[in-house]
Each structure stands twice: as structure tokens, then as C-alpha cells.
Design a protein around this ligand. Structure first.
Ligand SMILES: Cc1ncc(COP(=O)(O)O)c(C=O)c1O
Length: 425
């Protein structure tokens, strides 16, 4: 379907055909959901051995009685697991809680209100605080900034990650920019993996930023590869060591999409100085993390090989779902300009761009035909997508036949909205 220069009569014919198909879908009273990127129950089953794995032995190999209070850093074996995930030395890993999002919130709180380098370094003392937000991005990152009253500045993404010339110019010009959100591998939602040069330039931001600047490096999809030969992400920590900027980066990750989502182990990776500053705040919040769960996790995933094998099983479940989405997009929009998307090799999302001004309408049409999509705008700070183009597709939870039906509706809605827009032009 080529809309460019199509005569009105042709558009009217298409509109009538598509509307009839749309009504037929509506009559089927579908109830399908492509919203949140959660693991399917089939994936969660892969980690069910966690249940009972300790068999009454709560002592870690390092000699910690995990049933008791204490051990604020997490047990050494869990920190080793975090080191594999984050690609940094175990000595620089804090293993705590079950949610990396909570750690990000706590790190933001520590930096904003209490200061990671003593109370004088608290961001709020300097007045206005701003954050760079590569877009489209993760809605829950933006919600954290919004809650802290931190002003968010959109930065464009390209196939290498955030557009670094833009990032550097903004940071140089404004010392009130205290951080940047990054999802460096299989970015949520665009699936982009940051290039080596981007990682190096991000590591160097600490040299040109104002005081207290921190990169929030959320490597949520560090090992969530779909392809057998995944692209490698350069280690930010090594790049920062080379640049002498270790104190300007905070790394996060968790086992949420490796074992049981929300019941896993979360990690923060940081310089010794940052860990000290963070734990000063943390020690008021808690006497220690859930070490029993940490021990269960290291028994299930004792080393990098076990982690790799588990992730391959996840990939086997996820791949057909992603392939189904991509097949429909390719068939419907491969030869025209009605939509653009990135084919992710991992992570949980496929990001789709409609023609400008149509994302909300497509989400509305799909919703009325029984296919729930993440609200348009959610991938932008303040829920405002300036071009109204971006839609995040999350195919992990539905079965393949459900993804198939949902995508038939989705492409139809994109076509219908596009034809109607062309008729108005
Ligand atoms: C980029 C990103 N970070 C963090 C999370 C949440 O991680 P956790 O379960 O460890 O809080 C998600 C979940 O979708 C995510 O997409």
C-alpha cells in the first residue's frame, strides 16, 4: 500500500475495505495484550527449581548464615553473580533487594537529598536539577525523575545509542544537568545496543559535566540475547577506569527476567566511593538484604555457563514471538513508509513508529478492537511524544497464536489510521 500521491478515490476504496475488516475483528471480541514486558509463565517455569533448592542448608559457601540480619553488601557469591551480569569486579557490586528499579530510586534519593559524596554534594542544594532522557525510553525511569521534581530533557537516539553530540553539548552548557538515563543493551523500547564509541563518550561525560553528575546505566537486558552471536556491549566500567571517571557512573541490573520477575536479586555496580556514599543512606533503610534468596539464586546460577544456558532457554521461548511480530511488520510495511521499526536481537520490546500524529489513534483503534497496547506517549518524559509516533510492542506474554492475531489487528489499525490521515491531507 503506497499512500504517496494516491488519488482520493483509491484512498476511499482502501478505507472502506480496511474499515470492513476492522469491524470484523471487533465482532470477534478479542482480548489480547501487548503492553508490559513481562516474562511468560513458561519462562518463569525455567526457574522453579529455586523452590526448595536449599534443602535446609542456609549456610553460604563463604560461611554466611543467610537466615540472619546483616551483610549489607549482599553475600559474596551473589556479588559474583552481579559482577558477571554487570561486567565489573565483584568488589564493586552491591547485591540487595529484588528490584533494580528500587535501587535506581534509592540511588536517586541518595544523590538528590543526601549526597553521594557527603551532604554538601546533595543535588537539591544546588537548586534546579535536570536529567537527560534518551527517547524513546523507559517510562518508569521518567516517573522517578517526575517524582523527585527533576526536569527531564529529551535527547534523540540513533542506531548507536543517544546522539552524543547533543548529549555533550547540553552537558557542557548546563551544570544543573546531574545525570542521564541509559539502557545500553537492547534499549527499552528501541532495542538499540550502544556502540563502543558511544560507551566511551558516555564514560567521558564526567569530565565535562557539572559537580555530582552520574550516568544511570540500567543494564536490564545484559544477557537477554535472542541471537546465537549477540553483539557485545563495551564495558562502561573499564571505559570509565581508562578515563578516570569511575565516580560518575552507577550501574544497575537484576535477575528479574532471568529467574522469577520481582522475586530475584538486584545489583548496583559502582566505584568504592559511590558504594560508600550509597550504603550510608542504605544503612538507615535496612539492616541487610534477603540473603536467603541470594543463596537460592547462586545455587541455581552458580556461574556464567549456567547463566548462559538459562538465557538460551528463555531465548527459545521468546524468539518465535518476536519473529511473529517482525514478520507482520515486514509484510505490511516493508515496501512502504507507513511505519518504521528496529528488529531487536534481544530484550523485551519492538519499537514501532507510525507516521507523525498517528500513534495515539492506532492505540485507540487497536484497543477498541480488543488489542491492548502501551499508551502512546508512555515512552517519553511526561507522557508526551512530540511527534505522536512511537508505540512499544511487548510480545513476551501472549502465546504465538495470540501474537499472530494481535499483530493482524495492529497492522490493520496502522493502515486504517494512515489512510484516514491521507484522506484528510
Ligand atoms: C529498562 C528496565 N529497567 C528495569 C526494569 C525493572 O527491573 P526490576 O524488576 O529489576 O526492578 C525493567 C522492566 O521492564 C526495564 O525494562
Amino acid at each position: 500500500m503506497q499512500l504517496h500521491n494516491a488519488p482520493l478515490e483509491q484512498l476511499q476504496t482502501w478505507e472502506a475495505e480496511l474499515s470492513a475488516k476492522y469491524t470484523a475483528f471487533k465482532d470477534q471480541k478479542l482480548n489480547l495484550d501487548l503492553t508490559r514486558g513481562k516474562p511468560s509463565s513458561e519462562q518463569l517455569d525455567l526457574a522453579d527449581a529455586l523452590d526448595g533448592i536449599l534443602q535446609g542448608n542456609f549456610l553460604s559457601a563463604s560461611g554466611v548464615d543467610t537466615r540472619n540480619y546483616g551483610g549489607l553488601d549482599g553475600i559474596p557469591e551473589a556479588r559474583e553473580l552481579g559482577a558477571i551480569l554487570l561486567g565489573i569486579p565483584a568488589a564493586n557490586v552491591y547485591a540487595g533487594g529484588s528490584s533494580s528499579l528500587t535501587l535506581m530510586h534509592q540511588a536517586m534519593m541518595a544523590a538528590h537529598f543526601f549526597g553521594l559524596e557527603g551532604s554538601d554534594s546533595a543535588w537539591h542544594k544546588a537548586g534546579k536539577v535536570k536529567f537527560l532522557c534518551p527517547v524513546p525510553g523507559y517510562d518508569r525511569h521518567f516517573a522517578i525523575c517526575e517524582q523527585f521534581g527533576i526536569e527531564m530533557i529529551n535527547v534523540a537516539m540513533d542506531s548507536n545509542g543517544p546522539v552524543m553530540a547533543e548529549v555533550e553539548a547540553l552537558i557542557k552548557a548546563d551544570p544543573s544537568i546531574k545525570g542521564i538515563w541509559c539502557v545500553p543493551k537492547y534499549s527499552n523500547p528501541s532495542g538499540v545496543v550502544y556502540s563502543d564509541e558511544t560507551v566511551q563518550r558516555i564514560a567521558a561525560l564526567g569530565k565535562i559535566a557539572g559537580p555530582g553528575f552520574r550516568v544511570f546505566w540500567d543494564n536490564a537486558y545484559a544477557v537477554h540475547d535472542l541471537s546465537a552471536n549477540p553483539v557485545q556491549l563495551l564495558s562502561l566500567f573499564s571505559a570509565a577506569q581508562a578515563a578516570g571517571t569511575e565516580d560518575s557512573i552507577l550501574q544497575f541490573g537484576s535477575t528479574s527476567k532471568i529467574t522469577h520477575a520481582g522475586a530475584g536479586v538486584a545489583f548496583m555496580g559502582a566505584s568504592a566511593a559511590n558504594l560508600k556514599g550509597f550504603q550510608k543512606v542504605l544503612s538507615i533503610l535496612t539492616i541487610g538484604p534477603d540473603k536467603v534468596n541470594q543463596l537460592r539464586h547462586v545455587k541455581l546460577i552458580p556461574d556464567a555457563t549456567a547463566l548462559h544456558n538459562l538465557m538460551q532457554q528463555h531465548a527459545a521461548i521468546l524468539k518465535p514471538r518476536f519473529a511473529c511480530v517482525l514478520k507482520h511488520l515486514e509484510e505490511a510495511f516493508g515496501d512502504n513508509d507507513l511505519g518504521a521499526w528496529e528488529s531487536a536481537d534481544g530484550g523485551y520490546f519492538i519499537s514501532f513508529d507510525t507516521r507523525p500524529g498517528l500513534a495515539k489513534e492506532v492505540v485507540r483503534l487497536a484497543g477498541e478492537a480488543g488489542v491492548k497496547l502501551t499508551p502512546a506517549g508512555a515512552t517519553y518524559p511526561y507522557g508526551k511524544d512530540p511527534q505522536d509516533t512511537n508505540i512499544r510492542i511487548a510480545p513476551s506474554v501472549p502465546t504465538v497464536p495470540q501474537v499472530e492475531s494481535a499483530m493482524q489487528v495492529f497492522v490493520l489499525c496502522v493502515r486504517l489510521a494512515s489512510v484516514r490521515q491521507a484522506m484528510r491531507a
